[in-house]
Design a protein around this ligand. Structure first.
Ligand code: ABU
Length: 456
């Protein structure tokens, strides 16, 4: 293994140099990959030298999401200590179902869950887990809600006429999860959003009342804290009022925006989260932790056990359920996604995490103000969001993003809201500074200028 660690250091060194010099990599068209890379698998093995060459080339051709020119998705930014934690978790290769196999890593995970629970403002005997991504933590919330309001669903299938509610700006996993859990996509009521991308509370309540009147049982409101396109926050206090009025499970999908719980300045964006039944947050989005680290916490510990626990005598040998988190997880084998986040948190403290979040908002403000001040731009997004959505001159966002991708200097995507399409710039890399945004806009304007010039 020591030889492979030396090889790792060699390849990683080349990657870090390339990141610094070149930024995100120019893409290779999928059909041409075999021209550049030695990827084919064969019956015979290869020498270490050929292997190293093949692996190095593969690594150097892979999109460099950790550079300061990657603005394409909702994660970015490398923190050394988090990576150290991740690398060691890989080396240890524990599975987080029992204390017997996970050892002190189980405590590491519990500490993270307890602290997050406190930051949300939950009280009492809360419980949670870490799952592979926000789609799955949303799914876990839906399953707990289903089992709470149709207590035999997990034995006999859903028998009640359950209905879930979510905004049109919600994460796309809500529809998929409705299919997976036997609810059916058609039993999700999609609620219109207001002009800021927030779920319309008046329409939500109207739908709930209509459904009750027709004999259905509203069982889940999925609120969003940080929508993927505009980065908007639903009004959680108002949603919690409806939860109380109609006895519905309230889940806050805060995969993206939940990180504001760390910041005194921005925590107000999730006011009311403490009244929810479950809350999910992705440390791999705004919290600079490697993909993936998706956390769900519920105030109803018993519901986690009710929905996810199953006996397995070959696995659970000794120790109480409390320290055998396999009893409350959706998977059996579960990687240690806790250590990387713990390593970051331990090293910089809660205040250091707050700094990460506040820096992202500060950079978003800088980028938004650049767009606002320049008449060649049209802004579509709002304050208190780390997403900056805009168009430049009359260049269609899709065309501009595709050309930037082809050139391989910066990577950014586009989004849609109501009838508009626009570039979606996301400020989720705490390592970026104003100069990185200046460079971003310069490259974007240059590329747009070329597109316009080539029209004639
Ligand atoms: N849940 C992942 C969202 C990806 C994106 O909007 O970039």
């Amino acid at each position: 293994m020591k030889e492979e660690l030396k090889r790792f250091a060699k390849i990683a060194g080349k990657l870090l140099d390339a990141e610094k010099e070149e930024g995100v990599v120019a893409p290779v068209p999928y059909e041409e990959l075999d021209k550049y890379l030695n990827l084919e698998l064969s019956d015979e093995g290869i020498s270490d030298d050929v292997f190293e060459e093949a692996l190095t080339a593969l690594v150097l051709r892979t999109p460099r999401t950790q550079t300061k020119s990657f603005f394409n998705q909702l994660f970015a930014g490398r923190r050394d200590k988090a990576y150290l934690g991740e690398l060691l978790a890989v080396l240890l290769n524990n599975s987080m179902y029992t204390y017997k196999v996970g050892g002190p890593m189980i405590r590491v995970e519990k500490l993270i869950l307890n602290k997050i629970s406190e930051l949300i403002g939950f009280e009492g005997d809360t419980e949670g887990t870490i799952a592979p991504g926000g789609s799955i933590t949303n799914y876990m919330a839906m399953l707990m809600a289903r089992d709470r309001y149709d207590e035999n669903a997990k034995l006999t299938g859903i028998k009640k006429a359950l209905v879930a509610y979510t905004s049109e700006e919600c994460h796309y996993s809500v529809a998929k999860n409705a299919a997976f859990c036997g609810l059916g996509r058609d039993n999700v009521r999609v609620v219109e959003s207001d002009m800021h991308g927030r779920m319309r509370i008046d329409i939500l309540e109207k739908y709930i009342q209509e459904d009750i009147a027709s004999g259905k049982k509203p069982f889940l409101i999925n609120a969003t804290a940080g929508t993927t396109v505009l980065g908007s926050f639903d009004d959680l206090e108002a949603i919690a009022d409806l939860r109380d009025r109609y006895d519905v499970w309230m889940h806050v999908d805060a995969a993206y925006g939940g990180s504001v719980i760390f910041s005194e300045k921005y925590r107000h964006l999730v006011r009311g989260a403490d009244r929810s039944d479950s809350f999910s947050i992705n440390a791999h989005k705004m919290l600079a932790t490697p993909v993936s680290c998706s956390i769900i916490i519920t105030q109803h510990k018993e519901c986690l056990y009710d929905s996810f626990s199953n006996e397995a005598s070959y696995l659970y040998q000794g120790d109480q359920d409390e320290i055998n988190p396999g009893k409350i997880s959706i998977q059996c084998g579960r990687r240690n996604d806790a250590l990387k986040f713990w390593a970051l948190w331990k090293s910089i403290g809660t205040k250091g995490i707050a700094d990460i979040v506040e820096k992202q908002f500060a950079m978003a403000d800088y980028a938004r103000s650049y767009v606002e001040k320049n008449s060649d731009y049209t802004l579509y997004s709002f304050e208190n969001s780390v997403n900056i959505c805009f168009n430049y001159k009359d260049v269609p966002a899709e065309e501009l993003c595709a050309e930037l991708y082809r050139k391989g200097r910066i990577m950014v995507g586009y989004g849609h809201f109501k009838n508009d399409s626009f570039v979606r710039l996301v400020s989720v890399n705490h390592g970026t500074d104003q100069t990185d945004y200046d460079a971003f806009f310069k490259q974007l304007e240059l590329t747009a200028g070329e597109i316009i010039a080539n029209r004639s």
